[in-house]
Design a protein around this ligand. Sequence first.
Ligand SMILES: Nc1ncnc2c1ncn2[C@@H]1O[C@H](COP(=O)(O)OP(=O)(O)OP(=O)(O)O)[C@@H](O)[C@H]1O
Length: 364
Amino acid sequence: MEDSILELKGIEKSFGSSEVLNGIDLKIKKGEFITFLGSSGCGKTTTLRIIAGLEMPDKGQVILEGRDVTGLEPHERDVNTVFQNYALFPHMNVEANVGYALKLRRMPKPEIKEKVKKILELVQLSGYEKRMPQELSGGQKQRVAIARALVNNPKVLLLDEPLGALDLQLRRAMQLELKKLQKKLGITFLYITHDQEEAINMSDRIVVMNKGVLEQIGTPDEVYNHPMSSYVATFVGNANIVRGKIVQIQGEEALVEISTGKIKVIIDPNREQIGQEITIAVRAENILVCEECKEALPAVILEKSFSGGQLRMVIGLEDGKEIIASRYGIDSHVQIGQKVCVGWKPADAIIVDREEQNDEKETF
Ligand SMILES: Nc1ncnc2c1ncn2[C@@H]1O[C@H](COP(=O)(O)OP(=O)(O)OP(=O)(O)O)[C@@H](O)[C@H]1O
């Protein structure tokens, strides 16, 4: 990748005896919006702190615009960080907070004033120059933190769950604003989130991290529609994970035996064979219930709940395992306790793992 602005090479990090990063290799393009997504404790913040210079890796290098910056202090690298808790200076007003880095650089006062004015316009906080942090809402504080991190035009902006403390509505609005701002300024953003929707909405590429390794790197479409492991499929898109054995193959269609029945899956006949164990992922929205499917597994509706504009149903299979189905709208004609059949179109079952492995997620 010729135009890479930031490169991580073989980064390893342990805290005491616990290995947190296990060989991170990544190239980030200039102007890219890249998001780190992964479960709590998988090493996202540690990676970001190593890039910022707040933590030293045990092994590996951080390369910024072709220069090895691994051993440099945070202020010696052209990288700024925005944290979830804003970290504004409480005794300084908005103008002083935003202009702080420029003042340290001994930039003339009128120039600082002009730059602060411009960046506050960009984050839609014109007129707030004299306000103190305690006179601002959470969303406004975060805009000040973002303005402060952008004012000296860093090469890369690191954002560690910057919208995590905001309510859902404000969070969605700020996501759009941040994305627009990033495109306008052309600054590379490296963004950390737990929230898969946020990652899908904002990113050029998503890095899915699991236990100190990068499990998949790709565009939102690649990661969502072509997950390469059951972890990625469950983390991005809340897929149901089903494990079974291929018992019959006809062209591109295989019959797979799982504990409570047989299901059809589209396979690559050059890769799959009879007797092979496979793991498939089926998204909740692709689970068909009752008469909607022909190839179905007997089941019972256990729970129905409404969230995020969707009805979520927990459906129990005969062996006690659960399948999650989702539908638009607030209710469905099936009732709790009702016996149904569940299934899916063969093409909606994505093969994610072909070998035995020990996943923590519940599998079939
Ligand atoms: N300074 C430290 N000393 C000891 N252990 C640490 C330190 N910093 C992080 N860890 C541990 O390293 C692991 C990874 O932490 P990290 O903050 O990078 O994860 P994360 O993916 O950002 O998690 P979260 O999403 O919860 O913020 C965790 O188990 C954490 O407890």
